[in-house]
Design a protein around this ligand. Structure first.
Ligand SMILES: Nc1ncnc2c1ncn2[C@@H]1O[C@H](COP(=O)(O)OP(=O)(O)OP(=O)(O)O)[C@@H](O)[C@H]1O
Length: 259
């Protein structure tokens, strides 16, 4: 697995036809160090998912340039260096957890199931789900299904993992467990993770760097470097530094009240 930096310059994104265009992102610069955990935190509709896809080379911006490992982003996508974990797991209901976890790898590489299965099994181990390898999606809880979705991306062994609010639909307790598991996966694999969330505490718990975004047009209003030690456990929620980052994030995210 290669460790690749991401560098984006003057990123702008517009959607729609001429005359009724909407500027979603404007003049955005961002640098991401290899192996770091970076989160885009912002209100609904500020362009987090759009920026995530642009930074991962899945979507071409209307302005600016993204380099991954010094090359145009599309090259990293072609070389299967980018994995995506979407908001919903979207598993194939007739396939087992292991078959679902191996599916993207098979599609991308042309490998048969038997050849892709060992990587998928290792990925299921990483997400703590190897015992459920033969279960069908309807036999899995929401958290387990999302773990299979993460394993499906990990089975490709991409250098960069894009995670688009993967835990948004889970209950608070499961979400905390998933965050702890994700922090372990990140530490064990050394991947660069780009993560999108609405949740301030999730962002601070997981990240080295949090880019707080604003709306209309979407832009980075402030970047917080999270100086909390690692490995992090739930005790970190009681750290005064955690509260400081949370208070600052809240301040940036709350709409300004004008009297
Ligand atoms: N393919 C598209 N065509 C047209 N407009 C789009 C497209 N994708 C996104 N948009 C618009 O861009 C804006 C930002 O969308 P995006 O999904 O990136 O925001 P977000 O911050 O991730 O939102 P949420 O947190 O609700 O998922 C929205 O107004 C959305 O309607």
């Amino acid at each position: 697995m290669e460790n690749m930096s991401i560098s984006a310059r003057h990123i702008g994104m517009r959607f729609g036809r001429r005359g009724s265009e909407q500027t979603v992102l404007e003049s955005l610069d961002i640098d991401i160090a290899p192996g770091s955990f970076v989160t885009l935190l912002g209100p609904s509709g500020c362009g987090k998912s759009t920026l995530l896809k642009i930074l991962g080379g899945i979507l071409a911006p209307t302005m600016g340039e993204v380099l991954i490992g010094g090359q145009p982003a599309a090259a990293a996508v072609r070389r299967r260096q980018i994995g995506l974990v979407p908001q919903r797991p979207a598993l194939l209901p007739w396939k087992s957890a292991l078959q679902n976890a191996s599916m993207l790898r098979q599609l991308a590489t042309g490998e048969r199931f038997a050849d892709a299965a060992p990587a998928a099994e290792r990925a299921l181990e990483l997400v703590g789900l190897v015992e459920a390898r033969d279960k069908l999606p309807h036999e899995l809880s929401g958290g387990m299904a999302q773990r299979v979705s993460i394993a499906r991306a990990l089975a490709m062994d991409p250098a960069i993992l894009l995670m688009d609010e993967p835990f948004g639909a889970l209950d608070a307790i499961t979400r905390d467990q998933m965050n702890e598991n994700l922090a372990e996966i990140w530490a064990a694999t050394g991947k660069t993770i780009l993560f999108v969330t609405h949740s301030i505490s999730e962002a601070i718990f997981l990240s080295d760097t949090v880019h707080v975004m604003g709306v209309k047009p979407g832009r980075i209003v402030e970047t917080l470097e999270i100086g909390l030690g690692r490995p992090r456990t739930r005790q970190v929620f009681d750290d005064p530094l955690f509260s400081e980052y949370a208070a600052r994030s809240r301040e940036l995210l709350e709409p300004k009240v004008t009297v």
